[in-house]
Design a protein around this ligand. Structure first.
Ligand SMILES: NC(=O)C1=CN([C@@H]2O[C@H](COP(=O)(O)OP(=O)(O)OC[C@H]3O[C@@H](n4cnc5c(N)ncnc54)[C@H](O)[C@@H]3O)[C@@H](O)[C@H]2O)[C@@H](O)CC1
Ligand SMILES: [K+]
Length: 451
């Protein structure tokens, strides 16, 4: 599990280690990691031109010590001190190692050491100008891209867009949560040997998913494995029914039931699907059009995935054990704000919705967020831009419903479902895909996990 923590918790955990380490030992260790990332990015150090953009705090200190390490490996290092001063010890070491002040020529790489966890969102004009001078050059950010809001993952002001971000000890929220995560590029964590407390934002990794997934026991039969019921599709959108059922039919639940206007199409595509009866979980809403409200009311009393058209019919609190799966536009309608506001502050809004509806809420996006009413959040890190295609959400809703039917909690079902769905898209390759390809790819991903 990847765990991201709040700045306050990180600072508190590091106090002891900083006090115990002689001189700038911790900063030098952090800087060594930054230098390694630069060398990797450049394919070597000797003769490469690296430019440091340096602020007044320890983040700038890290950048300067990284400059020391790079200069010792033969790189030509220059630095702009955006406030005209910098961490005294690091600056002295930098100058002693042959580092120069001021920009000369076009560098091969820029190191962003303006601000880290001590920064406020935005860049002061001197910092912004320093980056403008080297526009287009790849950037390695120290700790976080300067200017992002570290705890909220928001980017309300101008900020650095990095190719690589090197952080220390623990991930911060900005590394996982968009839009800040998108500004980080690839993220590397340098170990500092510090113990951190639990965090409230996390991301599943393959091993976590494998451990959470249900696998049938030898004495299981179709009913003990769980039955999922799908109420999706309509005369107008029969395809949504077929796709939601396809997502529910990848094989986790022992049986799939379908209730709705597209029964004929569903059975033609999935002959194993049966009609109404007892279920352990419902999936309601994908493509249900005008039937959404009646389906929502008919499907009560079990864990339930509420998707698409059904979302707007929720009164206030959702039914017990509900997983809501809106995209940004749907969440905007539910919360009475604009889509732009949701996209600017997805972590804030997904938590707000989880609390308001007293349900697990999965907000779809490049970095899908899954929130519980108590504020705990999982971020999904799998997927490709090709996944943004019609019907992909229907497959996801069905898949999550089938996991719920096996007895998984809503939070686990939603986050594992999102992980598998995204990994399946990656397995389809870096090219176009249609939603109908996902179920087979999900099966292949699961087979790989258990291999
Ligand atoms: N805490 C630790 O254990 C470690 C911290 N390290 C580094 O130390 C950093 C934190 O250092 P600091 O607490 O000195 O804080 P920063 O270096 O992040 O920021 C320092 C100062 O920058 C100024 N500032 C704030 N917002 C600004 C903005 N938008 N534009 C320009 N200037 C702004 C403020 O005067 C602020 O106090 C971490 O991000 C990390 O890079 C590393 O050396 C590893 C160890
Ligand atoms: K930075």
């Amino acid at each position: 599990m990847k765990i991201a923590r709040r700045v306050e918790a990180i600072r508190a955990a590091e106090v002891g280690a900083i006090a115990a380490a002689p001189g700038d030992a911790l900063m030098r260790r952090a800087a060594a990691g930054v230098a390694r990332a630069c060398i990797e990015q450049l394919g070597g150090a000797y003769g490469r031109r690296v430019h440091l953009v340096v602020g007044v705090g320890d983040n700038g200190g890290d950048a300067l010590y990284a400059g020391v390490a790079l200069a010792r490996r033969g790189a030509l290092v220059t630095a702009t001190l955006v406030a005209g001063r910098a961490h005294p010890g690091a600056l002295a070491a930098y100058v002693a190692a042959g580092g120069r002040l001021g920009l000369t020529g076009r560098p091969d790489l820029v190191v962003d050491g303006v601000v880290g966890i001590g920064g406020r969102p935005g860049l002061r004009p001197e910092a912004a100008a320093a980056f403008e001078q080297v526009a287009g050059v790849p950037i390695v950010a120290v700790d976080v891209p300067s200017g992002v809001d570290v705890d909220s993952g928001e980017t309300p002001e101008i900020h650095v867009d990095a190719d690589v971000t090197v952080t220390f000890g623990s991930l911060r929220h900005a590394h996982l949560v968009d839009p800040a995560a998108a500004a980080c590029g690839a993220v590397a964590v340098v170990e500092l040997g510090v113990d951190f407390p639990a965090g409230d934002v996390e991301a599943l990794e393959a091993e976590d998913v494998r451990l959470l997934l249900p696998a049938p026991e030898s004495d299981d039969h179709k009913y003990t494995r769980g039955v999922v019921g799908v109420r999706a599709g309509s005369v107008r959108y029969p395809g949504a029914a077929v796709l939601a059922v396809a997502g529910a039919s990848v094989g986790f639940a022992g049986m799939v039931r379908y209730v709705g206007a597209a029964g004929e199409q569903v059975v033609a595509a999935h002959p194993e699907v049966v009609g109404a009866g007892k279920v352990q979980a419902w999936v309601v809403g994908s493509g249900t059009d005008a039937d959404a409200e009646s389906h929502l009311h008919a499907a009560g009393g079990t864990p339930i995935v509420i998707d698409a058209d059904a979302l707007v019919h929720l009164p206030g609190a959702a039914p017990a054990d509900a997983v809501l799966t809106p995209h940004a536009g749907e969440l905007a309608t539910m919360l009475g704000v604009s889509r732009d506001e949701i996209e600017a502050r997805p972590l804030h809004h997904v938590r707000q919705a989880a609390e308001a509806y007293d349900a697990v809420v999965l907000l779809k996006g490049r970095r899908t967020l899954i929130a519980r009413p108590d504020g705990r959040v999982r971020v999904n890190t799998t997927g490709t831009p090709w996944l943004a295609t019609a019907g992909s959400g229907d497959v996801l809703a069905g898949l999550i419903g089938s996991l719920l039917a096996t007895g998984m909690s809503g939070f686990d079902a939603a986050s594992v479902g999102a992980w598998l769905h995204g990994r399946a898209a990656q397995a389809c390759g870096d090219g176009p895909l249609v939603a109908g390809m996902l179920p087979d790819a999900i099966r292949a991903v699961v087979e790989d996990l258990f291999a």
